[in-house]
Design a protein around this ligand. Sequence first.
Ligand code: 9UX
Length: 68
Amino acid sequence: MESITLDVKGMTCGGCVNSVKRVLTSIDGVSLVEVSLDSGKVQVGYDPARAQPDQFKAAIRDAGYEVS
Ligand code: 9UX
């Protein structure tokens, strides 16, 4: 498993955390999602043969949050 940590802006409550977790977990090849509401850090563990960080960023943006 590979892991990347993304900086996400715009999560303001537990519902936002759950939304981000849900969209990321639904991506094929993602095996771990940890979200910190306080820091905005989102750690994604994934199989690089099946998933790519660009997909994670697109999914987070589609859900309505900013990611750098
Ligand atoms: Mo909480 Mo986030 O009510 O879009 S779910 S602010």
